[in-house]
Design a protein around this ligand. Structure first.
Ligand code: N2P
Length: 358
């Protein structure tokens, strides 16, 4: 606006219009805090993280706080759906969330994720190429890999008459009341898709209807749909076999050596969970420091040693005496990364609701 007369001149209007046109051209493009080459403000004194439960080493957070002089707020969730629902409901203030690959698509689509600035992540070079350029983040633009997981069966070898072979275990009426499945739509339904030789990422309505029928038949035997908190019941022996993620099974085994872990013969799901920067992170510099800290070899090794999950970090892997090995080719042939379902998410949601209500 012209300061001289305080009113609009024709030139002012033209300037405004061309600025609006430029802004229009940028619409749909990345917001300014999303530039992967941007410079960040000075280090903040706080950081807020939203992670899975039982998914960090006891000293990961205290060591970071002490070294960087940052106070960390650390909240946990039990499922991807819980995390997404909380963020969608407007929970703000988290700088970093730990998200499975299949969650990245909705996080980006909802404008909740931002690309980190590469300038502050020199330790990215420690990552294994096995976990780079995966389909959910083909340019490695958003995700800073945290840990990887396999879904299988954790079971008590002192309670089950024989070792479980496949997902059919959960249909065995002799074990009624001693079984649980994950309280996780993708895993609970995904198992029954694999049981029939289908993909855990199927969007075929007839395959999903069959999976619903199989899931409901198994549900009659289940004590509950329960995720990480089932560990305590495996340890006490109240549960004899639980669909569970490998690291949580390892954590339970540390308390009760009779607990084993098996990947079902029909195959199963695999996850790469990543640190994702939120688009409105209040402490972006601290968030980057934390991501780079997790990517240190010693920090990554301690994380995986404590949680029992696989490290995507080659330099960390080299430090571990008994690491979770990446699946061999024959095992890998039976495993699938869980992928975003796109429009079929609604159908899956509906089927999961029907299974829960059955
Ligand atoms: C941690 C479970 C995370 C593994 N308790 C599944 N993404």
């Amino acid at each position: 606006m012209s300061a001289r007369d305080g009113g609009w001149t024709r030139r002012d209007l033209l300037r405004l219009l061309s600025a609006a046109a430029l802004a229009g051209c940028r619409r749909g493009g990345p917001p300014p805090n999303d530039d992967p080459d941007r410079r960040l403000p000075p280090l903040e004194r706080e950081l807020a993280i939203y992670n899975w439960s039982d998914y960090v080493a006891p000293d990961t957070i205290p060591n970071f706080e002490a070294e960087f002089g940052i106070r960390v707020t650390y909240d946990v969730f039990e499922s991807n759906e819980e995390m997404l629902a909380k963020l969608q409901a407007g929970a703000r203030g988290y700088d970093l969330v730990v998200a499975a690959g299949n969650l990245l698509t909705p996080l980006v689509a909802l404008g909740l994720a931002a690309r980190p600035s590469r300038r502050y992540l020199p330790n990215m070079t420690n990552l294994s190429p096995l976990f780079r350029r995966l389909p959910f983040d083909p340019d490695d633009a958003y995700t800073v890999p945290y840990q990887w997981a396999i879904t299988g069966i954790a079971w008590r070898h002192d309670r089950l008459p024989t070792a479980p072979v496949g997902w059919g275990l959960f249909q065995d009426t002799r074990l009624a009341g001693k079984l649980t499945q994950l309280d996780d739509m993708r895993d609970a339904i995904g198992a029954w898709l694999r049981y029939r030789g289908r993909s855990v990422n199927s969007t075929d309505p007839s395959q999903l209807a069959q999976a619903r029928a199989d899931a409901i038949r198994a549900k009659a035997n289940l004590k509950a749909y329960i995720s990480a908190p089932v560990k305590a019941q495996l340890v006490t022996g109240d549960v004899w076999a639980a669909q569970l993620w490998n690291g949580d099974a390892t954590q339970a085994r540390a308390e009760e050596p009779a607990i084993e872990f098996t990947v079902p013969a029909e195959g199963s799901a695999m996850y790469l969970d990543s640190l994702v920067l939120t688009s409105d992170a209040p402490h972006p510099r601290a968030a980057h420091e934390f991501m780079n800290y997790i990517l240190r070899p010693d920090v990554g090794a301690a994380l995986s040693a404590a949680t029992g999950y696989g490290t995507p970090n080659d330099a960390a892997l080299a430090l571990l005496s008994d690491p979770v090995r990446y699946p061999a080719p024959d095992e890998l042939a039976r495993l699938e990364y869980v992928a975003d379902l796109g429009r079929a998410t609604a159908l899956w949601d509906q089927i999961w609701t029907e299974i829960k209500a059955a």
